[in-house]
Write a protein that binds this ligand. Structure first.
Ligand SMILES: O=C(O)CCC(=O)C(=O)O
Ligand SMILES: [Fe+2]
Length: 300
């Protein structure tokens, strides 16, 4: 009887200890999420609470662990390309280890000697102005002026044959310090009628956004896609890409996205906005629907 009782009590103690452990863990997670959500920064009024909750949710970190994630290993002219598909239609994909360490380092070195400026956003007339919708520093690094930028363009053109990267805006770099962010927005440009944009007249609207990662923040700083329920947290040397337009060239409403607030460390990315006119994909597709990711998996 005594052994039975002592067995019973020892089990009780174990159960209580386990409960304490999990309660503590649970409490810690909730508290740390809640604490981050409480962090204020300049421009936080442009973020909804649920968007910040998604940004801060640590479960969104490792896409390749999801039971339904699709990972492809493709050979393009004997070079290996690793593609993680986060959304099939419209496509949102991460290219892992896309750039070499040397490319990453030399581009960061180039940014060090450039002076990065506080970034503006454009209004509906296409006019730039400073706004706390985006808090970041940046600069433009034209391909024809900087071999470090040209090398990135060459790699993208070689490994992603579906897209003609030469029909694009100059590569532009962004650096976010703690408190830096870019509230949820679309990249597809929408101006009021009558505003004149020569570049738009010649090359069309933004078809795709290609983001290259050079430095990952130590806390915060992912890229949130509310419609996909995903936060991309890519590493230095990775790149990710999505389509801003549908097959008929109109704006795709599913691809709103934002740069989550950086809490610690520095985030450095740079972007190539690919323009529509002359892209082969529009000759092959013209329906009123989103593109599918299979166009990125073909070799052409
Ligand atoms: O910082 C990010 O993660 C996103 C940047 C972005 O959306 C943009 O530059 O248009
Ligand atoms: Fe954007």
């Amino acid at each position: 009887m005594r052994t039975l009782l002592s067995f019973f009590f020892s089990q009780l103690v174990v159960i209580i200890l386990i409960n304490f452990y999990y309660y503590g863990k649970f409490n810690f997670t909730i508290k740390s999420m809640w604490r981050k959500n409480e962090i204020t920064f300049s421009g936080d009024e442009y973020w909804d609470e649920w968007e910040r909750d998604m940004c801060d949710n640590p479960d969104k970190d490792e896409t390749w662990r999801y039971w339904d994630s699709l990972c492809f290993r493709k050979f393009q002219n004997f070079e290996e390309v690793r593609i993680e598909v986060l959304s099939w239609s419209p496509p949102l994909v991460i290219y892992r280890n896309f750039f070499t360490k040397k490319q990453v380092e030399s581009y960061l070195q180039l940014l060090k000697i450039q002076s990065l400026e506080e970034q503006e956003v454009v209004d509906e007339k296409g006019k730039p102005f400073i706004s706390k919708v985006r808090v970041a520093n940046g600069t433009v690094t034209p391909f024809d002026q900087y071999p470090e930028a040209e090398s990135l363009l060459n790699t993208a053109s070689r490994l992603i044959p579906a897209i003609d990267f030469s029909i694009s805006e100059d590569i532009s770099a962004l650096s976010y310090n703690p408190g830096g962010h870019y509230a949820v927005h679309y990249d597809y440009l929408e101006y009021e009628e009558g505003s004149d944009d020569e570049f738009m007249n010649e090359f069309g609207n933004r078809m795709a956004t290609f983001i290259m990662v050079f430095k990952k923040a130590t806390s915060g700083g992912g890229t949130l896609f509310p419609s996909f329920g995903t936060v991309v947290r890519a590493d230095a040397g990775d790149a990710f890409l999505w389509f801003d337009s549908k097959e008929n060239g109109e704006m795709d409403m599913n691809v709103e996205h934002g740069g989550c607030p950086v809490y610690d460390g520095q985030k450095v990315i740079s972007t190539i906005w690919v323009r529509s006119y002359g892209q082969r994909l529009f000759q092959e597709h013209n329906r009123n629907r989103s593109f599918d990711a299979d166009v990125l998996l073909r070799s052409y």
